[in-house]
Design a protein around this ligand. Structure first.
Ligand code: LRH
Ligand code: MN
Ligand code: MN
Length: 388
């Protein structure tokens, strides 16, 4: 039998990092829909992230994207976050939006452009020094569109050289988390297309380089929980970018498309110690709310991760081991499904009440008047980053 109070206690320590860009306007290449009250600067993004934390009690950090979140003083931005009850988290680098990067950033055949990209990555570590952030998240849009366009192996060499330069610049507990993506914007080869490529580079770099699993960055049908189990066993899972996909990199609300997959992933995380006090996995959201309101969209996302985690924690692992060792296929599967089919909303409501929060964070947000306040105060809010 699983002790529900013990489960609640672990859930009370869970922390889900929010992406600053989730609060800005976003869209597809067809249309960016402007919403009322969106932040006009990084300080307002932090205020919105703090609002999500105020209602959920589980979103202690907000990740930055540089240069989208550039400010005069990151120390001041950190102070604003602390005053609002949260912290600055992962620094996401951006070497994908300049014209120079059409043929790649760190893997570009032109050494001048490679140097420019590396300079940006090093500048991001400077930002981390000021914010106290532990993680530098690297995602490269680099790749090719046509067979023969560039030398695949030479691009790997250039990538490796750049990663080593950045890795050598890290100090203290700073880490690189290297994100992979199957395709887009490059359609023939991506230079970091999959977890294996990221893993191999991280192994070469050393202890402080880990893989970031963005749940939207795989081919349809990929068994993501297997990847998670493999990486955790190897001590190389550094971070998640949680989101949902139906087709490509949809960036929809996590747990919306496939809550069962999210549960399966979190079951691997939980059983491999990923929620233990000494776990160094960053649980981040990476989403865009194109047509839904952004703050409740983030609140819903945090709640979805909490619900999947609660179900993963409710798996009776003793009964599961007995069934597995007995070769009881259906019995073992039933243990997992029993947990998945449990309604955990009451348990999480109880937890929130114990934390002095409303049982229903979305309703509490709607009652708070915050949406009306920012709609009135913030005229001319910005796009998340694309085109900003
Ligand atoms: C790339 C990605 C990456 C970026 C974010 C804005 O598709 O997932 O994490 O930094 O989107
Ligand atoms: Mn991502
Ligand atoms: Mn993505």
């Amino acid at each position: 039998m699983v002790d529900r109070d013990a489960v609640k206690k672990i859930l009370g320590t869970q922390s889900i990092e929010l992406p600053s860009w989730a609060f800005g306007n976003s869209g597809t290449r067809f249309k960016v829909f402007a919403q009322q009250g969106v932040p006009r600067d990084p300080y307002e993004k932090i205020a919105d992230a703090a609002r999500v934390h105020a209602h959920t009690g589980a979103a202690h950090k907000v990740a930055l994207h540089i240069p989208w979140d550039n400010v005069d003083s990151f120390t001041d931005l950190g102070k604003a976050a602390a005053d609002a009850g949260i912290e600055l988290g992962t620094v996401n680098a951006n070497v994908f939006q300049d014209d120079d990067y059409m043929l790649g950033s760190v893997t570009n055949p032109d050494p001048r452009i490679r140097a420019k990209a590396i300079d940006h990555l090093l500048a991001c570590v400077d930002v981390m020094d000021q914010t106290g952030s532990r993680d530098l998240k690297l995602w490269f849009s680099d790749g090719t569109n046509y067979p023969g366009q560039d030398n695949i192996r030479a691009r790997q060499d250039r990538l490796s050289e750049a990663l080593h330069k950045v890795y050598d610049r890290l100090t203290g507990d700073q880490r690189i988390v290297l994100e992979y993506k199957l395709f887009e914007p490059a359609f023939y080869t991506m230079d970091v297309p999959d977890w294996g490529t990221s893993f191999a580079h991280c192994l070469q770099l050393g202890e402080r380089a880990k893989v970031c699993v963005d749940t939207g960055h795989h081919a349809p049908g990929t068994n993501i929980e297997f990847i998670v189990a493999f990486l955790m066993r190897a001590g190389k899972l550094g971070a998640f970018d949680f989101n949902s996909r139906f087709y490509a990199d949809d960036d929809l609300i996590v747990g919306a498309a496939d809550p069962f997959q999210l549960f399966r992933i979190l079951f691997e995380v939980v059983t491999a110690g990923g929620l233990d006090a000494d776990s160094e996995i960053a649980f981040m959201l990476d989403q865009c709310h194109n047509i839904e309101p952004k703050i409740p969209g983030q609140i819903r996302s945090v709640m979805n991760v909490q619900e999947a985690t609660a179900k993963a924690l409710l798996v009776d692992t003793d009964a599961l081991t007995v069934a597995q060792n007995a070769g009881d296929v259906l019995g073992a599967n039933a243990v997992l499904m029993d947990a998945y089919n449990t309604d955990v909303r009451g348990l999480l409501g109880d937890l929130r009440e114990e934390q002095g929060l409303d049982r229903d964070p979305i309703a509490a947000y709607h009652r708070s008047g915050y949406a009306e306040k920012i709609a009135a105060e913030r005229i001319g809010g910005h796009q998340a980053g694309w085109g900003a």
